[in-house]
Design a protein around this ligand. Sequence first.
Ligand SMILES: [Zn+2]
Length: 176
Amino acid sequence: MNDSSESRETSVANSSKALDDLYTTLDELDSIHEAAHAVLTVALMGASFHCVELPYPTSAGSGGGRSRRFDRGDDSTALIIGMAGAGAEILHRPDIGWSWTSRFQSSARGDWKLAQEKINRLALNGDRKQVIKDAKAKTLTYLAGHWDWVLSVASALRKYRYLGYHEVVILRNQPL
Ligand SMILES: [Zn+2]
């Protein structure tokens, strides 16, 4: 083996490692996003929560995670649950300094689209911007209050890819 083929192999190994690292980072971020929807659903709506899942073996930023509940809840609760994914990404990576807008234009694009109808109804007799501002503030407050729980659910979700209501409840009191 000459020097050049050796360095090529090293470089392939390094880029494969870099790709693995990227997938791991994206999967972690997706798990935090979905865990936040799940935890705030259980915190605010209890057993209305059904399950949370992530694509197997990796989500890798696909946005393919889902958190399901049996009923939608009132508009202000549903808005907070809907904003939880974006809010958790912001809290999880303060080093990046993400804005709500950047999240709503990328990873939480679908959440933002679904939020419009609720925001419009909540703002019927008031200020749309204020409704959004209040929902963001409440979302961050709830997430901060349940942050250990969000991290436990995210970690279990990365491992098992699916968690039902009882598993999410148990993880509240048994952090990993
Ligand atoms: Zn989401």
